[in-house]
Ligand binder design. Structure first.
Ligand code: NAD
Length: 357
């Protein structure tokens, strides 16, 4: 029998350890690190085998699988979106994912990705806004104060220099939670205005982030309230039949997306004809397409979340979990003494059960 040369263990980062990692590193540093990692990976876009995610819809939500790979690493994420989950004491969005070695197929890392999803989404939003928003933007309207909202607020504060936030949520309690959490993160309440409507939140805003959850065609802001020159970061409309923006606004805007085939089905873009012109973010990052054209243009980042952002997040998390000593190890797949004798596992486990192990 050949001695086995490849160690078989899988690195593991559960939700508790992932939260400790983010607390140790700091949310601002996490957002900056992730934005850099995502930018680097978007800059080598042609290296990746890409596909739109696979979505299974039900009346109350969606469960999605998001795969992507390059020559070395394969990554996938499992993520759900169930807008009414709060009624069952569950989050709207929960996620986990894995990295595998392309050469052998060995799963090398399994991780919670719930926090990482919020972080990578906000980091990608800020990355897009850096190239698409007018220089010197200082005021952002934030529509939706749920789980993702703190991360969006912090990304725009730390990575873009936004100083004033104008927030609106149909749930006043959610706005209180956001103000309280941002206070904990160092954003003083004086910098945040809680508004009574989205129209009020949009007054004077340079950037508008929409991050609401409802499984239908919503219009969470009105076209008439959006000033020329605004950058819109539309995050909440991310599956078929679930949108946030009025059609008239889409018609006024230049639209930027992550991966066109996915966004046409899932994004705000589903409201427009199938040949509506769009620019992919990687093209702007690589200088192959222009970003904002002029100061009065309305730019729209139609974010739906793409697998490559999770590939970046998984590799970034794995390195940090090792560095911080938070990584655990699990036997996700078996270590076989003889790789062609799987049955031996059962025999050995049986012996162990009977006390001969
Ligand atoms: P959540 O359920 O925690 O929060 C949603 C908030 O939106 C709630 O506070 C709710 O009261 C508020 N809301 C609903 N309708 C509103 C309206 N018309 N005006 C103002 N507020 C309204 O959800 P979450 O985890 O924060 O996620 C928000 C959305 O972002 C979801 O739709 C989710 O699918 C999406 N999302 C997108 C990405 C991406 O990459 N684009 C990533 C993660 C989540």
């Amino acid at each position: 029998m050949k001695p086995r040369t490849t160690p078989v263990h899988t690195d593991f980062l559960g939700a508790t350890q992932a939260a400790r990692l983010v607390a140790q590193v700091g949310v601002a540093a996490c957002l900056a690190g992730l934005a850099d990692a995502i930018e680097e990976d978007f800059a080598r876009w042609p290296d990746f085998e890409k596909s739109a995610r696979i979505a299974h819809h039900s009346p109350g939500g969606v469960i999605e699988l998001m795969p992507v790979s390059d020559a070395l690493d394969y990554a996938f994420k499992y993520v759900n979106g169930h807008p009414d989950n709060a009624d069952r004491d569950l989050p709207t969005v929960m996620a986990f994912g894995a990295l595998a070695d392309v050469a052998t197929g060995l799963p090398v890392f399994l991780s919670d990705l719930t926090l990482a999803t919020a972080l990578r989404t906000a980091a990608t939003s800020a990355l897009a806004a850096r190239r698409l928003a007018r220089p010197g933007c200082r005021s952002m309207a934030l529509i939706g104060a749920g789980s993702q909202s703190e991360f969006q607020a912090l990304a725009f504060t730390h990575l873009l220099g936004v100083e004033r936030l104008r927030i609106f949520d149909i749930d006043v309690q959610a706005m209180r939670k956001l103000v309280d959490n941002l206070g904990h993160a160092g954003i003083a309440a004086q910098r945040i205005t809680c508004c009574a409507s989205s129209a009020e939140a949009l007054e004077g805003a340079d950037i508008v982030t929409t991050v609401t959850a409802a499984k239908h065609r919503a219009c969470v802001i009105a076209d008439a309230d959006v000033r020329p020159g605004t950058h819109i970061n539309a995050v909440g409309g991310d599956c078929p039949g679930k949108t946030e923006l009025p059609l008239a606004l889409l018609r006024r805007a230049r639209i930027f997306v992550e991966f066109t085939p996915q966004t046409r089905v899932e994004g705000e873009l589903q409201q427009l004809p199938a040949d509506a012109p769009v620019t992919e973010l990687w093209q702007v990052i690589n200088g192959q397409a222009p970003g904002r054209g002029h100061d009065t243009e309305i730019t729209l980042f139609d974010s739906v979340g793409f697998a490559l952002e999770d590939y970046s997040a998984l590799r970034w998390l794995r390195a940090l979990a090792h560095d911080t000593g938070l990584m655990q190890s699990i036997d996700l797949v078996p270590a076989l003494a003889d790789p062609r004798d799987l049955y031996r596992l059962v025999r050995e486990a049986g012996q162990a059960e009977r006390g001969f192990g």
